[in-house]
Design a binder for this molecule. Sequence first.
Ligand SMILES: Cc1cc2nc3c(=O)[nH]c(=O)nc-3n(C[C@H](O)[C@H](O)[C@H](O)COP(=O)(O)OP(=O)(O)OC[C@H]3O[C@@H](n4cnc5c(N)ncnc54)[C@H](O)[C@@H]3O)c2cc1C
Length: 293
Amino acid sequence: MQVPAQFQYEKATSVEHALSLLGRYGAESRVVAGGHSLIPMMKLRLAQPEVLIDINDLHELARISVEEHKLCIGALVRHADLLGSAIAGEHFPIFHDAERLIADPIVRNRGTVGGSLCQADPSEDLSAAFAAVRGEAVIQGTRGSRVVAVRDFFVGPYQTVVEPGELLVQLRVPIRSSASAYQKVERRAGDWAVAAAGAELRLRDGELEEVGIGLTALGAPGFHAPEAEEFLVGGPATDERFAEAGRIAAEHCNPVADQRGPVDYKRHLAATLTTRALRIARTRWHGQHHEEA
Ligand SMILES: Cc1cc2nc3c(=O)[nH]c(=O)nc-3n(C[C@H](O)[C@H](O)[C@H](O)COP(=O)(O)OP(=O)(O)OC[C@H]3O[C@@H](n4cnc5c(N)ncnc54)[C@H](O)[C@@H]3O)c2cc1C
């Protein structure tokens, strides 16, 4: 049986307390939220923090709300809570689509939104969903908080802009008229993505006024597909143009071959899933706005 190396355990009672503990223990400490990524890494000795700072009592970070026309999702919101949130589903169905396909109920009951983004696993689903809808990450340190676009949050695989001593406290998404969807191919129910794509769009007078495309497990920098987005904006939302956007997304992403499939298969999925997510988002848009499909 694999066991983690010895570590000290601290339980934070408030955000300020968590930040002071992070300040006291420095780079040798790690925050633990759901623990579904960190604890397995500690068991494999891929992570060996000397101090674990448990943030599970920070109930102020476990809320989903609407404030100043933004959907606000606390970093400690569990996957199951985001999946069950009517307000999140109403404004951004992409989150329900993605959450339905993340792992299994055991992981979803414990794993958190903030932990998922901070883990920055290239196959992680919510990063692409937040990138598609142009979410913002609120990061807090002892000297105050800063807001970073989710598209700029990821430095590389397993690396984010959150500095030692800082805490991701909230994800926010400006609420506007839009429709969104997420599509994923997995080898079996509950598995990580072979590939996945999310899309958000808004139409005005028959033309695409805004488009966001997120990609998972496809090596897309920042989990999104700017070239495909740029191609689509300003033109009609036709099947042909969606297929071309899928082709562009596939051309510009950078998947790697692994046990889930070879590169050409993943590129094929990038094109197909991007096209499919765009089509579903368009159908949802017309459903909301009672326009002709
Ligand atoms: C069997 C299994 C299947 C899975 N399948 C999927 C899947 O299909 N799709 C998917 O997207 N994910 C999947 N996951 C990952 C799951 O979503 C985890 O919940 C997620 O990776 C990490 O969330 P956590 O709360 O458990 O984070 P933790 O393991 O507690 O932390 C992960 C990292 O983030 C840091 N951290 C956590 N919270 C904060 C914070 N607020 N501020 C700063 N740093 C923080 C920690 O220090 C650590 O470095 C799977 C996990 C398992 C175990």
